[in-house]
Design a protein around this ligand. Structure first.
Ligand code: 2M8
Length: 442
């Protein structure tokens, strides 16, 4: 289908540029999340990268996922960063101090479990292509199924110890929405040691045009403090849970766990793994129930909870749309659809493109140029597009695709976009941005 982009770039030119970006960020075994700002593999970025790569090379998409799996912890956790050789990121491997038995240098926390969606897309691409790609993709799914299952089981036990259907996170980085207003109240209670940034250079500020696009030093001190606490606890799941100063349930991550457990269950069925598929469907049900239990009758949005205080948090961010990902209650779903497309969100009259801002423009915590506090994120548009399409909301899904492609017509492949002007912000040539453009176009 032909979709005009805002600068009139033809779809083949956009697709070719996206493939060129991914090729440029490829250092062999991994695709860096971005060339300078993020010179390593990030867990959920890698899944979206594999989704994009699958359209042009099934073997290369599989290699990306294998690199991530090669760094899986013995507990089953997939770490949020797998470090490559570059020394230009802070906090790097020396700060984290985590090396797996296989020799991979990693961080000590996780990110949202979107990976089963990538396995699904790789399988679909392999089958579409046929021949060697089909064999490779089917072998890959069969060989790695137990590793993805171990990841989901780890989440269900280590991160949902009471079986509430709500995953706990111990760092805002685990949500992937680092400085979202979702976490403001919890971070306000984190009191870091003053000297934590002294003598250590934040490398991220070297790679953005304006420091206001990134978290503040005060926020970074808190981020580092939590890393310090987790390292002190030896990254032991039980010890971390009891000692860390940040302990939140994350509704968006829980909804992704529900969605991805269903997707992995479907793959399990195809592989003849019936018992595991049943187990995964039960997990999906549990997480769906957890997410729905948090929906505010007042706002219609799902809410995170501070486990240490029991308080539910009402910041109107994209995280509140978790039920759009996992479904489970038609009334909640249709209320969310109306809200999502309405004037407070995608239908806001000042938006350049009808795409979800990361924070509602009317909210006090909204900041149009600051990272997870307002900008629109292309990979997020893709995730919602894919999920809504799967749920039968084809018109809305196709409008997210069309608007998302128009936004990417500047060929900047920005990390995120100013919602009112459409300006690309953060890192240029961001891999997951290029990857979703490819999936949309090919
Ligand atoms: C951002 O997070 C990293 C820390 O993990 C950072 O700011 O240094 C987030 O947008 C996260 O969701 C993303 O996975 C990562 C790499 O793109 O960057």
């Amino acid at each position: 289908m032909t979709v005009a982009t805002h600068t009139g770039v033809a779809p083949p030119a956009l697709a070719a540029s996206a493939a060129y970006i991914l090729r440029g960020n490829d250092i062999g075994t991994l695709t860096t999340a971005a060339p300078r700002l993020y010179p390593h593999l990030w867990s959920w970025d890698a899944a979206f990268v594999a989704i994009g790569l699958a359209t042009v090379s099934v073997p290369r998409a599989i290699a990306e996922l294998r690199t991530l799996l090669g760094a899986q912890w013995t507990t089953g956790m997939l770490p949020h960063i797998v470090f490559g050789p570059d020394e230009g990121y802070f906090p790097g491997p020396d700060v984290w101090g985590a090396t797996t038995p296989s020799g991979a240098r990693t961080s000590g926390i996780c990110q949202p479990p979107v990976h089963a969606i990538a396995v699904r897309r790789v399988l679909d691409a392999g089958r579409r292509n046929g021949g060697a790609d089909r064999d490779l993709a089917e072998r890959f799914a069969a060989e790695t199924f137990d590793r993805w299952l171990a990841w989901h089981r780890w989440l269900a036990t280590a991160r949902d110890p009471r079986g509430r259907g709500l995953l706990e996170i111990y760092h805002g980085w685990e949500s992937g929405m680092d400085n979202s207003p979702r976490w403001d109240a919890a971070y306000a209670a984190v009191r870091p040691r003053e000297d934590l940034l002294r003598g250590r250079a934040r490398r991220d500020l070297e790679h953005v045009a304006d420091a206001r696009q990134r978290p503040t030093d005060e926020e970074y001190r808190r981020y580092l403090w939590l890393v310090h606490q987790m390292k002190e606890a030896g990254y032991d799941d039980d010890a971390v849970r009891e000692t860390v100063d940040f302990r939140m349930t994350d509704v968006f991550m829980s909804a992704i766990a529900a969605l991805a457990s269903d997707v992995l269950a479907e793959i399990g069925d195809e592989l003849g793994r019936r018992a595991e598929a049943t187990e995964l469907r039960a997990l999906a049900e549990r997480f769906r129930g957890g997410v729905l239990s948090t929906v505010s009758p007042d706002t219609g949005l799902a809410r995170d909870e501070d486990v240490r205080t029991g308080l539910r948090l009402d910041a109107p961010t994209i995280g509140g749309f978790a039920p759009l990902l996992c479904g489970g209650d038609p009334r909640v779903f249709s209320r969310q659809l109306a809200l999502f497309t309405g004037p407070e969100w995608c239908g806001h009259p000042d938006l350049r493109y009808a795409l979800p801002p990361s924070t509602a423009p009317g909210h006090a915590g909204f900041s149009s140029r600051t990272y997870w506090r307002g900008p629109q994120w292309p990979f997020m548009n893709w995730l919602l597009y894919w999920t809504l399409h799967r749920a039968g909301e084809v018109d809305l899904a196709m409008s997210l695709r069309a608007e998302g492609l128009r936004q990417l017509g500047d060929l900047a492949f920005g990390e995120y976009y100013e919602p009112m002007t459409g300006e690309a912000l953060g890192s240029a040539h961001q891999s997951w941005t290029a990857a979703v453009a490819l999936d949309w176009l090919i």
